[in-house]
Design a protein around this ligand. Structure first.
Ligand SMILES: C[S@@+](CC[C@H](N)C(=O)[O-])C[C@H]1O[C@@H](n2cnc3c(N)ncnc32)[C@H](O)[C@@H]1O
Length: 346
């Protein structure tokens, strides 16, 4: 079976990297085909596990807008015939909507195609009713340069989540918190599984921990500032997350009783975040030196850092292996780097 994903184009590398990380974490066997930027096929999915896989992707992915099950793929010339040959009784219950989306495609009249295809469905069964706002069955027709995909939405991504949970909408707010989308993506890049222990030793207002908790991780947060530690607890309670511990601790003195399966964190730098009066490069170095002791072997570490900090020389000395790196341009003089690192035993 096949799924088609419409991904965000707000970043060049993160959406696909996030998808690949989730597929690996959840051990989903598939063949990935990138049709266009922002359009990805997952082929040869296990039919027995199809629904489970679909639900996992919908629950976890931040930089993906839509996920649909492919009914068939065709060409512009054969679209009407192939569409009409589909037994829509097998797919539609009650109300429906047909929506067309173009990817790098020449002139096609999307509205006219939507009307025509909608009409073909209705002519198969006059009991089906169009409902464009809230249909029972959502048919997505994706037109790329060479192929047209006819697909149906089985499970909807909760697009409102990343908007509703923005930092200023939580009960405890402090400037410098990262976007929930990026936080979720970093959790995914760190290969965190449900039930595993996720640590953020610079937890601030708890944005990363919230996203980890929502995919089922157990959480440990700590911060040098007791107001932040308390604020994290307030925000985690607000999100109804219970499986957490928070500590008022300098990262350099952190000694966990149980080692973390993954660390995802956003250490301080720049103007708006507190470094407790210390040079941020010194904190990064000391943090990397001490965090290793709090991680299980093979644990992933996903960190955000500014472009001007050279962490590679520290990684080389410590037992860390750099796996991937993504660049996010914040403004003229600051690029935020997301590094995915693994604790290695070599
Ligand atoms: C960039 S903020 C983290 C923001 C967080 N991701 C959020 O969503 O709110 C960095 C945090 O590191 C904390 N911090 C600074 N130095 C620290 C240290 N040595 N040990 C632990 N926490 C520290 C600051 O108090 C601040 O809350």
């Amino acid at each position: 079976m096949e799924l088609i994903l419409i991904q965000s184009q707000e970043h060049e590398t993160l959406p696909l990297a996030e998808l690949k990380a989730v597929l690996a974490t959840e051990k989903i066997a598939t063949e990935i085909e990138c049709v266009n930027t922002g359009l990805v096929l997952l082929k040869s999915l296990d039919i027995e596990k199809f629904e489970e896989i679909y639900k996992i992707l919908v629950k976890r992915l931040a930089y993906t807008h839509e996920i649909h099950e492919i009914i068939l793929n065709t060409s512009l010339n054969n679209l009407e015939d192939d569409f009409n040959n589909i037994k829509w009784n097998d797919y539609i219950s009650g109300t429906y909507a047909v929506r067309v989306k173009r990817f790098n495609n020449p002139e096609i009249d999307t509205l006219a195609i939507e009307r025509r295809l909608g009409h073909l469905i209705k002519s198969q069964n006059s009991n089906f009713k169009v409902n464009l706002e809230n249909p029972n069955s959502f048919i997505r027709v994706i037109v790329s340069k060479k192929r047209i995909f006819i697909a149906i939405e089985g499970f909807k991504l909760n697009k409102k989540h990343f908007y509703n949970i923005k930092p200023h909408k939580r009960p405890f707010f402090y400037p410098g918190s990262m976007s929930p989308k990026l936080a979720r993506c970093m959790v995914n890049l760190a290969h965190v599984k449900s039930g595993q222990l996720l640590l953020d030793p610079f937890c601030g207002t708890g944005g990363i921990l919230i996203e980890g908790g929502l995919i089922g991780a157990k959480l440990i947060g700590s911060d040098i500032n007791w107001k932040m530690k308390n604020g994290t607890a307030i925000n985690l309670d607000y999100c109804d997350l219970q499986d957490y511990e928070v500590y008022h601790k300098d990262v350099r003195e952190l000694k966990l009783l149980k080692k973390a399966d993954a660390v995802v964190t956003d250490p301080p730098y720049g103007i708006s975040t507190s470094t407790g009066g210390e040079e941020s490069s010194a904190i990064f170095q000391q943090f990397l030196e001490s965090i290793s002791e709090n991680m299980v072997e093979d644990a992933y570490l996903c960190i955000a850092h500014p472009h001007y900090l050279d962490i590679d020389s520290i990684l080389n000395i410590l037992k860390f292996e750099l796996l991937e790196r993504h660049r996010i341009k914040m403004h003229k003089s600051l690029t935020r780097i997301i590094s995915v690192i693994k604790k290695s035993d070599i």
